[in-house]
Unconditional design. Structure first.
Length: 263
């Protein structure tokens, strides 16, 4: 581990971490440099355990021992608390950040070929929901997660944090537009079940009783739900029976319920 102490927030070596506010990162979902930010020693450890490589680590003095074994040959920039906050734009409460090289994404067709159950996230823009959906996928037996072109970045730091690092555990890939996606599911023999409200929807209980062998569970965006294109492509429309005057659940909660019922 190469330890470098830096007291100047303008130091160019800290450029990977500069101004990492939520708003700024949402505008750059997948930066051209091929990096993402892992936050906290626990998340960095899970990323490294999954084979991801850090380009550098930014750490506060009291957390050095927690990241020493994780950095490998990457430089470790040790900064005062005030410098960490000035550089990143937020209070780094968990003590450590790592600029990680993005791994090469798998081919969606290969993921579908070797999966029995996949979750498809269409245009979910809230990174908290993306992370929570990945956590449900990891805990409840999904083999992979596929995300639409406009879905939030699973490797955005809030998504990674909410997922408790399970975004490194569950294989995932970004899909093309629906007209190019439909043939991928057909070739893999996947039954597409759209989770949506519709007059002709079958209840989750009934669908689970005759669950297809290879299944893709389609989850729509927080506001609009699944698009017309996704619904048109679906083989079944499935709904979770509700009570108490509530018509739907948060998308990540709905994914967890569906995965549990269809496990």
């Amino acid at each position: 581990m190469t330890t470098i102490r830096i007291d100047n927030p303008s130091d160019p070596r800290l450029s990977d971490y500069r101004g990492l506010t939520d708003t700024a990162l949402r505008r750059i979902a997948e930066p051209e440099g091929g990096l993402y930010i892992a936050e906290s020693a626990k998340v960095i450890s899970r990323a490294v355990g999954a084979g991801h490589r850090p380009r550098s680590v930014l750490v506060q003095e009291k957390w050095i021992d927690d990241v020493a074994v994780l950095a490998g040959d990457a430089p470790v920039y040790v900064v005062p608390d005030t410098v960490a906050e000035q550089v990143t734009g937020f209070a780094v409460h968990r003590g450590a950040l790592a600029a990680m090289h993005r791994p090469v994404q798998p081919d969606p067709a290969q993921l579908l070929e070797h999966s029995r159950t996949v979750v498809v996230l269409e245009d979910i823009v809230d990174h908290t929901n993306v992370g929570a959906a990945f956590r449900a996928a990891a805990a409840l037996g999904a083999d992979a997660v596929l995300v639409s072109p406009r879905c939030g970045d699973p490797l955005y730091r809030r998504s990674v944090r909410v997922s408790m690092g399970t975004v490194f555990q569950v294989p995932w890939a970004r899909l093309p537009e629906w007209d190019a996606t439909a043939p991928l599911f057909a070739a893999a023999g996947m039954h597409l079940a759209a989770m949506a409200l519709a007059d002709d929807a079958v209840s989750l209980d009934e669908f689970a009783a005759v669950r297809p062998e290879k299944l893709a569970i389609l989850m729509g965006s927080e506001g609009e739900g699944l698009s017309a294109s996704a619904l048109a492509m679906a083989d079944s429309i499935v709904t979770i029976p509700m009570g108490g005057g509530v018509d739907s659940l948060n998308v990540a909660s709905a994914a967890a319920v569906a995965l549990w019922a269809l496990r």
